[in-house]
Design a binder for this molecule. Structure first.
Ligand SMILES: [Zn+2]
Ligand SMILES: [Zn+2]
Length: 570
């Protein structure tokens, strides 16, 4: 599917138009780009069915351009705009500190066109010499480059997961496979994934491998044999398929799920018991099979309960399994409540009714409406009066939908000094107040720590939203003493968010685990701005699981009455 490509071109058009000082249009292109990137439906399908205009923000003019990109892989209008600034704007603006304007300055002064050019200029200390940039900007760009490099060539879990599922579905549809399942870091729920690893069982391996290489998403076949095939999909993602015998599927799934470190510990354990563990099975010294068909059977034969893939990072999971102290992780199905949703009352695309409808269509039974309050001229937000009206509208709507809960809420901004801008007289009417940082992202460690800690200590605040502010591959987390923030959040009964947006997953699994250690609860929210983003709820649950979260650690798992009671004004 070409959604990412189309979104990238539209985004770049927005950047280029912005540089030319064109009003309004850039925002329209960005909205369309976001809608196309977020829809789970392949854009080719929408074009073929004439449904592109159903997407929010896509009018006649943009629909025509989308159609041209889908048909030709490029867009004349885009190329014309680009001729004036022939740089890889998309790659350059991934770097924190480089917006379209800075990219233009860097091109004009230093001839920077690509990420490599940018890295060279930064290394040579030439960025600071550009008029209008300086030392601070150069430092920021150096940090930003490191972050981009760290995640380069990796794709977000939120993209890898639906992609892998779709490939599995298509493969099973050929009738040539008994089983096909994703393995690798995708199965462990890592926030970014390098290659996609699929594991399969088939009686007709050769035909099965050929069918894999012939999938519509395949752009290039890298290798093809009877047991293994490797392809490159659109956007450069590599996908490997391994076909294994039924009898060793469990051992292979265990082996190819990893992590490498977890597997080393497990092999050592096998050796300690006079056994040998490999991708083919668990064997006695004389070569007789102990286990292999079934993954749980492999763990059981090593004297361990099944260890969920999300925990297999060699962070004490084997010791915990041995002593029976593994947590019973929160299940994806146990979370049917979304605690962070925007509507068109602030910067979302959905009306209140559309948000509820989209959530219900996903099997979600409870959402919190958490629009932004007005805090900056450039960002749409609610005035206290707007909020009052919205609360009434939410209550009226909730009454009309039996079995569905809508919590009244807001996402308030945390000012530089840690104060939270929520209208205090409306607090009794609000079920849920999220407080998040949206401005002054780069403070010193001490100041940022104190700011966040003050916010969580605010009696009106229930949840600290996207706590570290990271954008995977784009922006590193804020510099703060997280233990101090967690300690003070625990003391004041404020939950920490696991923001489920694929580029955020914030808190990360590692920080969730640290936070749980202080006794805080987590609140999972999609931060949905468009209907397709409700699908991200699962990513938040997977991230919480990577943080060893049990059902009782996650506010979302409570039934509505208990949930309201668990919040500060309940
Ligand atoms: Zn926010
Ligand atoms: Zn938000």
């Amino acid at each position: 599917m070409k959604n990412a490509l189309v979104a990238r071109i539209l985004d770049e058009i927005a950047d280029l138009l912005e540089l030319e000082g064109v009003p309004f249009k850039p925002r329209a292109y960005r909205r369309a780009a976001r809608a196309i990137a977020d829809t789970p439906t392949p854009i080719e399908e929408l074009v073929a069915d004439g449904r592109v205009r159903d997407l929010p923000g896509v009018g006649e003019a943009i629909a025509e351009k989308v159609t041209e990109i889908v048909h030709t892989g490029k867009l004349r209008y885009h190329e014309e705009l680009k001729a004036k600034l022939p740089v890889d704007l998309h790659a350059l603006t991934q770097v924190d500190g480089v917006g379209p304007k800075t990219a233009k300055l860097l091109f004009e002064a230093l001839g920077v066109r690509t990420l490599d050019d940018l890295a060279q200029a930064a290394q040579a200390g030439r960025i600071r010499t550009v008029k209008g940039l300086g030392d601070k900007v150069e430092e920021k760009i150096v940090r930003g480059l490191a972050e981009v490099r760290r995640t380069e060539r990796r794709i977000l879990l939120g993209r890898a997961l639906p992609l892998a599922r779709e490939l599995c579905r298509q493969l099973l549809g050929t009738g040539l496979f008994h089983r096909v399942e994703p393995a690798g870091s995708l199965r462990r729920g890592k926030e970014t994934v390098g290659d996609l690893d699929l594991l399969a069982v088939s009686d007709r391996a050769e035909e099965a491998a050929a069918a894999f290489c012939a999938l519509p998403a395949v752009e290039e076949v890298l290798a093809q044999g009877p047991k293994r095939a490797s392809v490159r999909l659109a956007d450069g993602v590599q996908c490997d398929l391994r076909i294994v015998p039924h009898a060793s599927f469990g051992a292979a799934l265990q082996y190819f799920t990893g992590s490498k470190e977890h597997n080393i510990r497990l092999r050592e354990r096998a050796v300690g018991r006079g056994l040998k563990l490999s991708e083919y099975g668990l064997f006695q010294a004389d070569g007789s099979v102990v286990a292999g068909e079934d993954e749980a059977g492999v763990y059981a034969a090593l004297g361990l309960p099944f260890i969920p893939p999300e925990l297999r990072e060699d962070r004490g999971e084997i010791a915990a399994a041995e002593t029976g102290s593994l947590p019973t992780l929160v299940e994806v199905d146990a979370v049917t409540c979304d605690l962070h949703v925007h509507t068109d009352a602030s910067d979302g695309e959905m009306s209140l009714e559309e948000a509820v409808e989209a959530a219900r269509a996903r099997g979600i039974t409870c959402i919190a409406i958490t629009d932004h309050l007005k805090f900056a001229a450039a960002i749409p937000g609610l005035s206290p009066d707007d909020l009052r009206r919205q609360i009434e509208a939410v209550r009226r709507l909730e009454e009309r939908i039996p079995g569905f809960t809508i919590l009244t809420g807001v996402e308030a901004n945390i000012a530089r000094d840690g104060t939270v801008d929520v209208p205090r007289d409306l607090l009794p009417e609000l079920d849920l107040v999220i407080a998040s940082v949206h401005t002054h992202l780069r403070l010193g460690r001490a100041e940022m720590t104190e700011r966040l800690a003050r916010a969580v200590e605010d009696e009106g605040v229930d949840v600290l939203g996207h706590p570290t502010g990271r954008l995977i591959g784009e922006r590193p987390p804020y510099d703060a003493d997280w233990d101090e923030v967690f300690r003070r959040a625990a003391k004041s009964g404020t939950a920490l968010e696991v923001n489920a947006h694929p580029q955020r997953l914030d808190l990360s699994g590692e920080l969730v685990r640290r936070a749980l250690g202080f006794g805080v609860k987590v609140a999972i929210g999609t931060d949905a701005h468009v209907a397709g983003q409700f699908a991200h709820l699962e990513l938040g649950v997977v991230t919480a699981r990577r943080g060893w979260a049990a059902e009782g650690d996650v506010l979302n798992t409570l039934p509505p009455t208990a949930l309201r009671a668990a919040l500060k004004r309940g």
